[in-house]
Ligand binder design. Structure first.
Ligand SMILES: Cc1cc2nc3c(=O)[nH]c(=O)nc-3n(C[C@H](O)[C@H](O)[C@H](O)COP(=O)(O)O)c2cc1C
Length: 240
């Protein structure tokens, strides 16, 4: 089994997204799967030109010469792809969006009806990778992932794929602060490793793992108090 991670955070190895991925991938490795962890920020991915040449002139191939050619092969040769992104303005990052727009060569321009009668483009290939979504955001609640949840459901439909797991961490940045106990951080890391193993073994997460992953790490009131103190501290350092 081959798993490819596409990390859409601009913060590279410092990202909270990477903090989560490192543990998830340890689990993937323990369960015996091969993986590649790609930082999209380190790749040259120019915006889609909207020319549709990848459909009607050079079918399956984009005319832009950048790193996307290599990334498309990695995408298509994977059994599972992980779309990993922090929440930016209730959505995925621009880096991830650019990457996803450039995935259109993998589908055929012709139309069909899906299982529920809704229109979509046909497959270009027999098999597409299954999808795992991993995200974290600044706010503490799960509700901030509403847009991502719906977006990836739609994307999976259009890519003839399926979502096999979604791991969303509200208040992701707290994992690196003193507010959260070391034990809680260690337990959460352990849970991410368990999720990685379950994905490789079962292509899904158990109900128990899903519910544990969703648990808040602190209350909203604690969050507001702690976060505001942090903001005040940083703001007080500004020299006028
Ligand atoms: C431009 C920008 C927009 C953001 N928008 C949101 C948002 O809508 N909701 C939210 O909860 N956090 C938002 N955040 C906070 C990030 O999701 C948060 O800092 C996250 O931990 C960053 O993850 P990373 O370290 O993996 O890049 C935003 C951050 C930036 C820089």
């Amino acid at each position: 089994m081959k798993i490819t991670v596409f990390n859409g955070s601009p913060r590279h190895r410092e990202s909270n997204t990477h903090f989560m991925l490192k543990e998830f991938l340890k689990g993937v490795k323990d369960a015996g799967a091969k993986f590649e962890n790609i930082f999209l920020v380190k790749k040259e991915i120019r915006p889609c030109l909207g020319c549709f040449d990848c459909w009607f002139k050079t079918p399956g191939k984009c005319i832009i010469k950048d790193d996307m050619d290599e990334l498309l092969s990695k995408f298509l040769s994977s059994d599972i792809v992980v779309f990993a992104t922090p929440i930016y303005i209730d959505n995925l990052t621009g880096i991830m969006k650019n990457f996803m727009d450039r995935l259109i060569p993998v589908i055929d321009p012709r139309f069909e009806r899906d299982e529920i009668g809704e229109c979509r483009h046909k497959k270009r290939f027999e098999k597409y990778p299954k999808i795992v979504v991993i995200s974290n955001c600044g706010y503490p609640e799960q509700s901030h992932f509403q847009v991502l949840r719906l977006l990836f459901k739609r994307v999976a439909r259009n890519l003839h794929s399926e979502i096999i797991a979604e791991i969303y961490r509200g208040g992701g940045w707290l994992l690196k602060t003193s507010l959260v106990s070391k034990k809680l951080v260690l337990d959460y890391k352990k849970l991410l490793r368990k999720a990685g193993r379950e994905i490789v073994k079962n292509l899904s997460l158990s109900e128990k793992t899903i519910s544990e992953l969703k648990k808040p790490i602190i209350s909203v009131d604690e969050f507001i108090e702690f976060a505001n103190k942090g903001c005040d501290k940083l703001l007080s350092r500004i020299k006028i």
